[in-house]
Design a protein around this ligand. Structure first.
Ligand code: ATP
Ligand code: MG
Length: 357
């Protein structure tokens, strides 16, 4: 018996509710199979919340997320709210949740599934065996430093301050070493230490923490080189840790390895065990309501929830294996279907995964 767990569920906008149905379906199967008692608590955030209660992140949703053991999020946003003023943008809900839950690490695993080798734009022999994870720092860096704009006689000047505190670097570096210990014990720290002072601090923190993890092979890579190596020899990477903006760019780049954006899950973790789990894709308004969305990223996000918030590697792998098996057996949604291959619906795909478990 693995006990009672409270999961806050935010389906969100666009395809969010469709793919969330399938993730919850799969979790209900996990509940039975592994002896959990899950309490799913549904809440709203994003565009739907703006329409119904006038704010992207209602107080009620926030307190529910704070008291839950983990948060599962579909996707927020859509063209309907694109012209809203900044404080009434659906994306505000995400930023608010990250901040209020103290989430500082964004994890994006990139794994190549059997039978998917030909769906990527990269050559099969380049992507064979890829199983890496990008760990992106979420709270610091150039996104949050002081921003300024000054008018001068020679024209305007704009600046964004790239600032990092040692403690911010240390906590994400530690998390990455811990993760490397559970994987292939290989850590690549990415920076731009040849030009940035913040990167030189980053590098020295990595060196210091590395002494506590003698089993982990650490290497430092400049971000420009990494941008090339990640598509040149992606199978050589295990854990990649990097600051906020580098991580943003590298994780999108790494996403091309697997072929469809509908395959990629993510986790955002903080101090406690609680975390936020969501697909890397958006609300895909262009295909909402058509029953064709690929629920894999959402289901795989639920697997990450089991791994990181419930510390349950066995159940997490059961979910991942089920998704792999269904795809290997030749079932997939239209985004993954090879030409001439018959595709299944969002719901059928979820049923197949649940059955596998
Ligand atoms: P955001 O700004 O929230 O990142 P976006 O407009 O950049 O959103 P997405 O919503 O991620 O992008 O959609 C990008 C493209 O990928 C769209 O054509 C969409 O239909 C497709 N897509 C996204 N997620 C899925 C999915 N789960 N299954 C199938 N197709 C998807
Ligand atoms: Mg996008």
């Amino acid at each position: 018996m693995r006990g009672v767990k409270k999961i806050a569920v935010i389906p969100g906008d666009g395809i969010g509710p469709e793919i969330m149905n399938e993730a919850v379906k799969v979790l209900r199967q996990v509940e039975q199979k592994f002896g959990y008692s899950f309490e799913f608590q549904f809440a709203m955030a994003g565009g739907g919340a703006i329409d119904q209660v006038g704010v992207p992140l209602p107080e009620e949703t926030l307190s529910l997320c704070k008291s839950a053991d983990a948060v599962l999020l579909g996707a927020v946003g859509g063209p309907k709210w694109d012209h809203n003023p900044p404080e009434l943008r659906p994306e505000k809900a995400l930023l608010g949740l990250r901040k209020e839950l103290g989430l500082y690490a964004n994890l994006r695993p990139v794994t190549l599934f059997d039978g998917m080798e030909d769906r990527s734009t990269l050559r099969p022999e380049v992507i064979a065996g890829v199983d890496l994870i990008v760990v992106r720092e979420l709270t610091g860096g150039i996104y949050f430093g002081e921003k300024k704009r000054t008018k001068t006689e020679e024209g305007e000047i704009a600046s964004d301050l790239l600032i990092y505190h040692e403690y911010e670097i240390e906590r994400i570096v530690r998390l990455s070493f811990e993760m490397a210990m559970k994987r292939k014990k290989k850590l690549t720290s990415v920076d731009k230490a040849n030009v940035l002072e913040s990167s030189r601090l980053w590098r020295s923190v990595v060196e210091r923490v590395a002494e506590e993890y003698p089993e982990v092979t650490v290497s430092h890579m400049l971000v420009d080189n990494c941008a090339m190596q990640i598509v040149r020899r992606p199978a050589d990477f295990d854990v990649i840790v990097t600051e906020n903006m580098f991580g943003d760019i590298l994780s999108d780049e790494a996403a091309v390895i697997t072929g469809s954006i509908g395959m990629l899950p993510s986790a955002s973790l903080g101090q406690g065990n609680s975390g936020l789990y969501e697909p890397i894709h958006g609300s895909a308004p262009d295909i909402a309501g058509q029953k064709i969305a690929n629920p894999s990223a959402m289901i795989l996000s639920a697997a990450m929830l089991l791994r990181y918030s419930f510390d349950d590697e066995e159940a997490a792998q059961a979910v991942e294996k089920a998704v792999k098996a269904v795809i290997k057996a030749g079932h997939c949604t239209p985004d993954l279907a090879a030409s001439g291959q018959k595709a299944v619906s969002t719901e059928e795909f979820g049923d197949l995964v649940a059955e596998q478990i």
